[in-house]
Ligand binder design. Structure first.
Ligand SMILES: *Cc1c(COP(=O)(O)O)cnc(C)c1O
Length: 835
């Protein structure tokens, strides 16, 4: 059964089991194939059963991953087909390469250190009138992303634009075979040290492999390294290649550009524009990206300056942001500004599935533009997608989607224009839903977002979900180093509103990434997670007896830290058992906290005999995990004490194992401990502050990404004379005439009062500006004399430019306090830009 071959002409390829929603439609079942990939920290084969339940019937599986037990398991899925291969990834890549060979259209392949995605998106915007373009979604440019991107090519496309990114030597060859570019663009080469390569030369040479079969290559000769390697390597392997070079500094090249203000004078072969072109973006990176685009266009056909200018005028900044924010009537909004095409729609629906916290889903979608597909086929697909993603209500806006309403469920609504929707839609009926708003630019859906958004004052805490994922992966990688056969589990602390970041949304992301456990401080935090659709196991660290019923009802697992609690919980369960007499139930999971030196909560070592005696008399109680907490994991001066705590803890767990007859999952380390004491990781770790972007030991900060950005706005600006004072109690006396800006943030928002009177600084349009006078409850005054700023401008209170650690240091506290101090009245906006 396992060797059965099947035709891989399927339209849907999945490599991530999480992308398959709960009930795949029939079309999906017959038209989908799952490639199970065994990675270093992840094994897709573990999810085959799950996917089978969801209706998937075709699987590509890896020979080495098929243990005898697994083979046994697969036999149970009698009507499924399995193709056994050496490497699922290589099979996927080979299939994508075959797919690519069927198309004789221009294909642009882009690589380089920076700008790949922007050049790709801009070229697609600039050439939209001339070609029907298939392109990589967002920045799908990896070993996995490239085949999935190229697989989108269909008969109706007349051009492909794909990007290729590599991080190690030897990776480009596979991508070349899949993209097979006819035209290459080498954007640039960065100076950043690259772990995967011995030298920069090697990096350039490896990237150049993308172009070995291309007929033309576009690059900038101002990058001497690229120029040199092209001449050394490519000219020899591919003598017929056209080198379409450009320079902004007068180096030898086919095209010469010269910038003055926002004007670009461009000269070169076949080009003698009398008028300079006016560029819509003029920062150096954008100019470079635009040069690549213009030179590529000129290599395709001849253009007049006026034509090029009109195309340039249409260019829009590339935004890949998906934002999740609070809406009216207890709705949650998912606002997608990425290009509106089918792939973009699929990505947005995936996000809705992954991050949506309401059980009812609504999609507001405009006409889908520039797909090149016949409209009936297109909207039939859109309709299928809505059903597959369990969208409860669909609202279509635009003439084309409206005339294809037959493909959507009966309760759908249609409006020909955004104005009509705003005027006629009954907003009060839209409640308690996750609402995806996704429109092509001409439909100005920002007006819809504006209408649906819950309005709060101008201070916002933005949470970068990509950064959270990055940080999670960083710690996962650290704990999996030297892992034996059993993997170290991960519990994530989402107490205190997920360190101020917003519990439900963060927990939703963690659930998507399959962490093992969550922990909260109080029962009600756990209840709120359950009500928002989180079903991971949750430990409650401080469960008061009044909440015991709630714990049971919501399947929350208490931390038991004292004999009193143990007895109370035991009594409570005995009463429960009597009430529900006769009903067999699973044992109740509890977590034992051991006090090894913190002297906060927990059992002392000498109390454990009483604990085990009690537990032996209560077999219905099962100790799921046992844990303790290091008092000084972040500080080397406490190393001997940490060691002592570890040893005490081990003695305790050994004792428990002997007495109970089983060994509960043991965990000791917090974020700092994970970094500093890998030897103590045991069976599980408890990740806290590190996930939120603060590396507690201070030694690995650069490995983490900033998660939270607190921003506010300038409400008013005025000039105040020297000698005057600013704010309450005349504390801020000016020694110079100053421009003073009042910000919409105060200590009630969590901007600590100790940051007043120049102790704190905020970031305004690139300048650090000190606070002036005392911080008020809802407002703060700053000196913007040195900055260029107008009323209404945005101000960063902390974020990538202004680290939380720096704020904490200024007022002698720890980053934990700053993070958790951001008041709940500050609106949280969650966003994601990457794949
Ligand atoms: C909060 C908490 C953690 C996480 O600590 P970080 O320093 O934020 O990583 C771990 N264990 C316990 C018991 C905690 O209360």
């Amino acid at each position: 059964m396992l060797t059965k071959e099947f035709q891989l002409t399927n339209r849907h390829w999945f490599t991530d089991s999480r992308q398959v929603t709960s009930h795949a439609s029939d079309t999906l079942a017959t038209d989908a194939v799952f490639f199970a990939i065994q990675g270093e920290h992840h094994d897709g084969h573990a999810f085959i059963g799950d996917l089978y339940q969801k209706g998937i019937r075709q699987f590509v599986v890896e020979r080495l991953a098929l243990t005898p037990e697994r083979r046994e398991e697969l036999l149970a899925y009698a009507d499924a087909q399995f193709m056994e291969v050496d490497s699922s990834l290589q099979t996927l890549q080979a299939l994508a390469a075959d797919h690519r060979r069927q198309f004789r259209i221009p294909v642009i392949g882009i690589t380089g250190s920076n700008g790949k995605t922007i050049v790709k998106e801009w070229l697609a915007q600039l050439l939209a009138d001339d070609y029907v373009i298939a392109r990589s979604p967002k920045s799908y440019n990896s070993q996995l992303g490239v085949p999935l991107s190229v697989h989108q090519l269909t008969e109706s496309h007349t051009m492909g634009i794909f990007e290729a990114g590599i991080s190690k030597a030897q990776e480009m060859q596979a991508l070349e075979a899949i993209i097979r570019p006819t035209i290459g663009i080498f954007t640039n080469i960065g100076t950043a040290h690259d772990e995967g390569f011995r030298t920069r030369k090697q990096k350039v040479a490896e990237k150049l492999r993308l172009f070995i079969h291309a007929s033309a290559l576009i690059y900038c000769t101002d990058y001497a390294d690229i120029d040199e390697e092209v001449n050394m390597l490519l000219k020899a392997v591919n003598p017929d290649m056209r080198f379409i070079t450009w320079s902004l500094t007068g180096r030898n090249a086919l095209y010469q550009g010269h910038m003055q203000g926002d004007q670009l004078s461009l000269t070169g072969r076949n080009v003698a524009f009398e008028q300079p072109l006016i560029l819509p973006f003029t920062d150096p990176a954008s100019v470079e990206n635009l040069m690549h685009c213009l030179v590529t266009m000129l290599s395709l056909r001849t253009w007049t300056a006026a034509e090029l200018q009109s195309r340039l005028n249409r260019l829009r900044p590339v935004s890949m942001r998906l934002e999740q924010k609070e809406g009216i009537n207890n709705c949650e909004l998912i606002d997608d500004s990425y290009n509106n095409d089918m792939v973009g729609l699929q990505l947005a629906l995936r996000f809705l599935n992954q991050q949506g916290t309401r059980s009812r889903r609504v999609v507001i979608l405009s006409d889908v533009l520039q797909t090149g597909q016949p409209e009936a086929e297109l909207y039939e697909q859109v309709g299928t997608l809505m059903r597959a993603n369990e969208v409860g209500q669909f609202i279509g806006i635009g003439p084309v989607v409206s005339r294809n309403k037959s493909f959507f469920r009966d309760n759908s609504q249609f409006f020909t224009t955004t104005e009509a929707f705003l005027a006629q839609f009954s907003f009060s009926e839209l409640r308690d839903s996750s609402v995806l708003v996704k429109g092509a630019r001409p439909f100005s859906f920002e007006r819809i977002v504006h209408r649906l958004e819950r309005k709060v004052h101008g201070t916002v805490l933005e949470i970068n979900l990509d950064a959270l994922t990055h940080n999670l992966n960083y710690y996962r990688e650290r704990i999996s180093r030297n892992d034996g056969p059993s993997e170290t589990k991960i519990m994530v602390m989402v107490k205190a509103f997920a360190y101020g970041s917003g519990s439900a949304e963060v927990a939703q992301l963690l659930q998507f990434h399959r962490v093992d456990y969550l922990a909260v401080a109080y029962a009600d935090e756990g209840v709120s997670l359950r009500q928002n659709g989180v079903d991971l196991p949750i430990m409650v660290m401080n469960p008061a007896p009044e909440t015991f019923t709630t714990l049971l009802e919501y399947k929350l697992e208490p931390e038991i830290y004292s004999l009193r609690m143990l007895r109370e919980w035991g009594d409570f369960l005995a009463d429960e058992a009597q009430r529900t007499a006769g009903n067999e139930s699973d044992p109740y999971l509890i977590h034992l906290k051991i006090d090894t030196g913190m002297h906060r909560l927990g059992f002392l070592e000498r109390e454990l005999t009483i604990v085990t005696d009690f537990l032996k008399r209560h077999p219905d109680l099962h100790v799921a995990t046992v844990f303790s907490h290091l008092v000084g994991a972040d500080d080397a001066q406490f190393n001997p004490f940490s060691r002592q705590q570890y040893e005490t803890f081990l003695r305790c767990t050994t004792f428990l194992e002997t007495e109970l007859g089983y060994l509960p999952t043991r965990h000791l380390l917090n974020s700092a401990g994970i970094v500093r004491f890998p030897d103590y990781k045991l069976d599980m770790v408890r990740l806290g502050i590190g996930l939120y972007g603060v590396e507690a030991t201070g030694t690995e900060q650069s490995a983490l990404q900033t998660v939270g950005t607190l921003r506010t706005v300038c409400s008013q600006i005025k000039t105040v004379e020297a000698g005057e004072s600013v704010g309450y109690s005349r504390r801020g006396v000016l020694d110079h005439e100053a421009r003073i800006a009042t910000l919409a943030i105060g200590y009630a928002d969590g901007y600590d009062r100790r940051l007043g009177n120049g102790v704190g600084e905020v970031w305004v349009n690139g300048t650090c500006c000190p606070t002036v006078g005392n911080i008020c409850m809802d407002m703060t005054m700053i000196d913007v004399t040195a900055a260029s700023v107008s009323e209404g401008d945005e101000v960063i209170v902390f974020g990538p430019e202004l680290p939380i650690t720096d704020l904490a240091r200024r007022i002698g506290t720890i980053p934990y306090e700053i993070l958790t101090g951001v008041s709940e009245r500050v609106k949280r906006v969650f966003f994601k830009e990457g794949n």
